[in-house]
Design a protein. Sequence first.
Length: 190
Amino acid sequence: MSTQNTLHAEILGRGFDFDYSENWIGYSLVFMRVTMGWVLFQGGITKLVTYLDADPANNWTAAGYLANAIPAGNPLAGFFASMAGNPLIDILNMWGLTLTGLALILGAFVRWSAFWGAVMMLFYWLAALQGGLLAGLPLEHGWVVDDHLVYAFLLFGLGAFGAGRILGLDASLEKLSVVQNNRWLRLFLG
């Protein structure tokens, strides 16, 4: 049985009221969280497995992309090129994607993971820019918005809703005495 509720919100000084179904919101948050988690986990684990290949010639690295694939006209091309070949960048990329994806799938530390996942997506978005503000922030398939920006906003929403509390480990983690005694820890959960 679905429960109808009304949400009252004020956005940019304007009041909004709308009805929603708790059950369908819950299902959609779980599906979005697990799907986004899988996208990140798959991207990270494939890099990690390739990075750990016994043959060093097959090891994954972001160096080639950072040095050669940043679009011409990207205002941050020099910044990204300066990161090419840095093993810390490779490790942060592989493990960041893998662990963020796993955390979202499990519903553990969702706010923390969603924040850092959104930061990663914003870096990917910046790397995809083909020009500056005066050029309309062009991307390969349009202006301003690409999949990385969509992912960043989706991750923001998952964190804002505390999506880890719905069929996720965050609901149990928030009941632990260490969290109950240190309410600030709830900023990482949810």
